[in-house]
Design a protein around this ligand. Structure first.
Ligand SMILES: [Zn+2]
Length: 340
């Protein structure tokens, strides 16, 4: 296996190691595409504390090349998406058959090696077959769709409800598109013009740029009722204060994201309005529904298609992301072709 390992803050090295099937429940997967985003390099930049060395990358697709034992779901050559999140199997909830509430999920690229490598050995429970109609460049977003489904679920969103979404990344756009799919009314808020434009092109009608009028404009969209549901993307860098101000009394706010930067929470507003906050950090349990969403073309990811970057350019690409982080600019995403 050839992989790229973060050895310390600001250091990434190409490594070679052997990956062998572990047991009858494991599969060897030849990775074909790995998507790297700001969430993946938060350890590399030092934004988040973590243990080194670690291989980054939580979103990947590939092809099964070997199986520990024959399976009705997979055979050699089956295209699959890999789940980056797996329950520990040992904690109270896992032991009681409720792995979605696991205390200690293993997370690829964060607590265990991720998918910035050419081969991965994984449990067959952590791979999901892809229908022919779902392309690789869409399938790498399965994890984000699963996370968005978990957000909608935990927000308890009802038909016709307004949902304010703070953060216009591709994940924010996916979440807004799914809110529409489940008949809610999303209002996407961001400070980046290009993000809002991309969201508009993907079918989001209400997009607002953060400025002095945002609060008034957002409230006007709800007819003054404010937002029963608010999603705050943890890495959006936006004002949590505004998010809490836009929430309706007894409303629900979801903090959603894979990495956890320090965000200041306006406690008095939360108490004053008796808001309920929920945290959503993974989409475990929603991978199959997420693949169905893709197969049904319920989300439009066409504006988010990235050019393929060669494996040779991995170190320089990660360096570029770190540079943007240092200069407080939006981090570019990279889609790596793990075949060349
Ligand atoms: Zn567990």
């Amino acid at each position: 296996m050839t992989g790229w390992q973060i050895t310390a803050i600001g250091k990434i090295l190409k490594i070679n190691a052997t990956e062998m099937l572990e047991d009858v429940d494991s599969a060897k997967v030849k990775l074909t595409r790995t998507l790297l985003t700001g969430e993946d390099v938060s350890l590399y930049t030092g934004e988040e504390k973590g243990k080194f060395p670690i291989i980054p990358g939580r979103r990947a697709v590939g092809q099964v090349t070997e199986l520990g034992s024959s399976s009705p779901l997979f055979e050699k050559g089956t295209r699959v998406v890999l789940s980056p999140v797996n329950p520990c199997g040992k904690c109270y909830h896992c032991a009681n058959g409720n792995p979605t509430e696991c205390y200690d999920f293993s997370i690829a690229g964060k607590t265990t090696d991720g998918f910035l490598k050419d081969f991965a050995v994984v449990k067959t429970s952590a791979i999901f077959p892809l229908p022919q109609s779902v392309k690789d460049n869409e399938a790498v977003f399965t994890d984000d769709i699963a996370l968005a489904l978990s957000v909608i679920d935990k927000l308890d969103m009802e038909k016709g409800q307004h949902v304010a979404i703070f953060g216009g990344s591709v994940f924010g756009s996916i979440l807004a598109q799914l809110v529409i799919y489940y008949q809610g009314v999303p209002v996407l808020i961001d400070d980046n013009e290009q993000n809002l434009l991309n969201a508009k092109k993907s079918g989001i009608y209400y997009t607002l740029k953060v400025n002095a009028r945002t609060e008034k404009e957002a409230l006007a969209i709800t007819g003054g009722r404010a937002f029963a549901k608010v999603a705050y993307l943890t890495r959006s860098g936006l004002s949590a204060d505004l998010a809490f101000r836009l929430a309706a009394p007894s409303g629900r706010i979801a903090f959603a994201g894979y990495s956890f930067p320090n965000v200041k929470i306006p406690f008095p507003i939360a108490l004053g309005k008796q808001l309920t906050t929920v945290s959503v950090t993974n989409g475990y349990g929603n991978y199959e529904p997420a693949i169905n969403i893709l197969a049904n073309k319920a989300v439009d990811l066409s504006v988010y298609t990235l050019p393929l970057t060669k494996m040779d350019d991995i170190e320089t690409s990660v360096g570029k992301m770190a540079e943007c982080y240092k200069n407080k600019q939006p981090l570019p995403d990279f889609m790596f072709n793990m075949l060349s």
